[in-house]
Design a protein around this ligand. Structure first.
Ligand code: ATP
Ligand code: ZN
Ligand code: MG
Length: 511
């Protein structure tokens, strides 16, 4: 992939330039091309790869510049280097820089474009033309956009689109790390169907949403207790409450804003809480028995964000901008304060793939070593739980998003003396579902490296990188996996679980 940038910009000064001032501008252009734009450029870079002012002119209070570049001292970087020097240069003639107007900005990206590559469409891309191996983009940019490095991000985005297309079919690289082998099975059916038959659950009125009756909740709470006794207490995790309405500000910093949109349950606020403003909506319902969704759409703002998708992002504003004392680390906490919501579309199935679910999220942070050590202890504790207490047929696998696997990013992303860098990534825990002979992810353990501390600007006193990890324990998924293998008859269940659940409460009798 090879990139070129070209821009035309107008520099507006506080007064007409005198002939002497124009001469000084000319001298600065010379100096820019000769030395200023060459600073920091690697040895051996080709002449036309380096930023260069290819033409300029001055009329009245205006200086027009055309800058072209390859990858080094990109046209926009050149513009700002020039700006830094022009201020003192023309200050001597008592004129100051008032404004920069970007007249045009073009990016040319030469690369290997797959047939169905998605070229980004963005409001400020005014023209885009892909011919063979050459993509030409015209951008409508302000000087602030250029300072914000939007052109560089556009180039990176095109690169991403090419990769997404090249490896599109494969979403992740999957590598088995543990397999339990066969365990006693007492059931062949779909556990949700059996739960419905016995009134343990019933469909709620929203999509992918269930009402759990006492029998189902007894199982949830039993599993929760297993987690508390086997993991949370012995490893010293402390309970916190993380918010469940997530504003964009959080997802911008956690990175979810890059792509979570198809699965969000969006949250909007009323334009006003004045009852008079809403009167006609209520009236419409009173008269028709229908809720006027279109009318409501006109009366709400936002969306301001969405409902909880992953639990841990909402914790991080607690630490935002802070430096953590060495002696409080590692921090070990968890949240079980509310539901998570995902729009699973056609994927919903039974209680195990739903739009509203219940999860315990375990979260830990500290140095790289502390973070990896906690993950290792968790893996061990989980193994004991699934092997000896739940007696599940399960396996664990390292999963790596394809683009990371491809670029070996996992190894190189963060340098650390302990070799912890190679541990960044996700381990999925999967259970076998006899009824459809497939594996269901029922929880995971993730070592996030410095992603969250960087996103939320969290530091450690000693100056080493702060790392974090998290583990999402899905109660619906544990229940579905357990019942799919062990069935709904409590006599067949492993003793620990049977004891914790107790006798299933039959509250309702239907006529
Ligand atoms: P899947 O590939 O099955 O959709 P995921 O990779 O989207 O899972 P994560 O984002 O890793 O899941 O979420 C962590 C945990 O949250 C999962 O292991 C699971 O226990 C739970 N979970 C996620 N999505 C759902 C859902 N739709 N219904 C029930 N539990 C879920
Ligand atoms: Zn998490
Ligand atoms: Mg999913």
């Amino acid at each position: 992939m090879y990139v070129r940038f070209a821009l035309d910009a107008e520099l507006l000064f506080s007064a007409d330039l005198t002939p002497e001032a124009v001469e000084a501008v000319g001298a600065l252009v010379e100096e820019s091309n000769r030395t200023l734009f060459r600073k920091g450029v690697p040895q051996g870079a080709g002449e036309d790869e380096i930023g260069r002012i290819v033409s300029w002119s001055a009329t009245g209070p205006l200086v027009m510049l055309s800058i072209e570049s390859g990858p080094y001292t990109r046209a926009h970087d050149g513009l700002f280097r020039f700006r830094k020097q022009i201020a003192p240069t023309l200050g001597r003639f008592r004129v100051g820089l008032r404004d920069i107007v970007v007249k045009s900005f073009r990016i040319t990206i030469i690369g290997d474009y797959p047939k169905d590559v998605h070229i980004p469409k963005l409001p400020f891309i005014t023209r885009s033309c892909l011919l063979g191996d050459t993509l030409e983009l015209e951008l409508n940019m302000t000087a602030a956009d250029l300072e914000n490095r939007i052109p560089d991000r556009v180039v990176r985005l095109v690169e991403e689109k090419i990769q997404a297309c090249t490896y599109g079919g494969k979403t992740e690289h999957w590598e088995l790390v543990f397999e339990s082998g066969p365990k006693p099975r007492f059931f062949e059916g779909d556990p949700t169907e059996e739960m419905i038959k016995r009134n343990w659950v019933r469909h709620a009125l929203s999509r992918g949403q269930w009402i759990h009756a006492p029998q189902s909740v007894q199982l949830f709470r039993a599993f929760e207790q297993v987690v508390v006794e086997q993991i949370i207490k012995p490893m010293g995790f402390a309970e916190m409450i993380f918010p469940k309405l997530v504003p964009w500000e959080v997802w911008k910093k956690s990175g979810h804003a890059k792509g979570v949109y198809p699965e969000i349950y969006y949250v909007c606020t009323p334009k006003t809480r004045d009852p008079a403003y809403w009167e006609d909506v209520g009236d419409y319902f009173k008269v028709t028995g229908e809720v006027p969704v279109e009318m409501i759409r006109e009366k709400i703002d936002g969306p301001i964000g969405g409902l909880c998708y992953a639990q841990c992002p909402s914790f991080w504003p607690f630490l935002q901008g802070e430096t953590l004392a060495n002696d409080c680390l590692p921090i070990r906490i968890f949240d079980r304060s509310g539901t998570s919501h995902r729009y699973e579309s056609g994927g919903i199935h039974g209680i195990e793939r739903v739009d509203e679910f219940h999860r315990i999220e375990i979260l830990w942070l500290g140095t790289a070593e502390q973070t990896v050590e906690t993950a290792d202890r968790l893996h061990e504790a989980y193994r004991h739980v699934f092997e000896d207490l739940l007696e599940l047929e399960w396996r664990a696998a390292r999963v790596t998003p394809w683009f990371m696997a491809q670029e070996g990013m996992i190894e190189t992303e963060t340098e650390s003396s302990c070799g912890c860098g190679s541990r960044i990534g996700t381990t999925d825990y999967e259970a076998f579902l006899p009824y459809n002979k497939s594996w269901l992810e029922f929880q995971n353990v993730i070592i996030n490296g410095d992603k969250y501390p960087t996103g939320f600007n969290v530091k450690i006193q000693s100056g080493v990188d702060c790392w974090s990890g998290c583990s999402g324990i899905g109660l619906e998924r544990w229940t579905a996996a357990f019942l799919a293998q062990k069935g709904l008859d409590i006599e067949k269940w492993p003793e620990t679980v049977a004891k914790l659940v107790g006798e299933p409460k039959e509250l309702f009798r239907f006529l």
